[in-house]
Design a protein around this ligand. Sequence first.
Ligand SMILES: Nc1ncnc2c1ncn2[C@@H]1O[C@H](COP(=O)(O)OP(=O)(O)OP(=O)(O)O)[C@@H](O)[C@H]1O
Ligand SMILES: [Mg+2]
Length: 361
Amino acid sequence: MALLEIRDVTRRFGDFTAVNNVNITIEKGEFFTLLGPSGCGKTTLLRMIAGFDLPDSGQILLDGINIVNMPPEKRPIHTVFQSYALFPHMTVAGNIAFPLKMSGKMPDEIRSRVRESLDNVHLSSFANRFPHELSGGQKQRVAFARGLVNRPRLLLLDEPLGALDAKLREEMQIELINLQQEVGVTFVFVTHAQNEALALSHRIAVMNQGNIEQIDEPSKIYGFPRNRFVANFIGKINMMDVQVLEATYSHLKLIVAGLGEVTAPGKEGVKAGDKGIMAIRPEQVQILHHAEEAEVKGHFPGKVHDYLYVGNVTTYIVELANGIRIEALLPNSTAGRAKFFEVGDSVVVTWQHDASTFLND
Ligand SMILES: Nc1ncnc2c1ncn2[C@@H]1O[C@H](COP(=O)(O)OP(=O)(O)OP(=O)(O)O)[C@@H](O)[C@H]1O
Ligand SMILES: [Mg+2]
């Protein structure tokens, strides 16, 4: 049985629907992420799981039992916020001990559990400090420890790394993965940062305007976005208007206006005549010099319009014959000065057909 089941949950504020008929099933031990732009309903959904807010309709089942009417303090669920929400007048140890005291644990057990929690988040030598004596990352680690010390069935994390700078954020991401593996608690993590979701999660639910657009593993979300919204929201992607010429189970023949035929992997429910988008990630697009053209199947001539060198990779923008600009991301993996093409160079672009996706909604 699933640990958490969100069944047909809707939440309205006046005539605005913040969460629209959402269905999610989360397994025990999962690191599950709600990902979506600001205002899409992530926090609203999390608040209903925690019990701080009530759905207008639908059920939330924990271990098969509907908890919609259970008060938050009765739920075996803890929430960690971006703002840490530590008690300023309590030491680190005091903050972590607080939930244990509230649930009436004996002093001996409190001491040993606090010690274990401090150890989990690598803060053993900080037990007697106060929150104002800690860095942002350390404060957030105390918040994680406090969230986990009572061994909740579910830990909800609402943009917990949002206040940290990029480098620290990356370090904390790795710590968070390790922590979750160590304690084995199920995490429901909220973020609007797609790279963070991809890096941390076992599965991701992509949300948009209160709806779930796709639930999948990170590599599926990135590699096989279900629709335009997901494709656009997760990373960069090239899109071309196409029409389906031929559709079989294994492949689609597509016509790109002004370019000709391309092939894409087959997709259920697609038939000849359908219109849509062919999407291809920039790192899947190769650029070749004209001379090599003869050896490549399925290639398109163009001219380098611009490029952006950012150290590890260079993004080239190539203008194709039909005026469409396509981005290609090339790793700068060879030693020495990295630059392979100049603005104005005549090139051909190509990609593996199974790296592209046809999107019809
Ligand atoms: N109590 C409320 N009353 C009215 N509208 C609300 C209320 N709470 C949330 N909303 C609206 O519901 C929508 C979803 O809000 P929510 O806080 O869930 O978004 P979010 O995905 O968490 O966004 P962010 O990434 O900015 O935190 C927003 O348009 C918000 O203005
Ligand atoms: Mg929010």
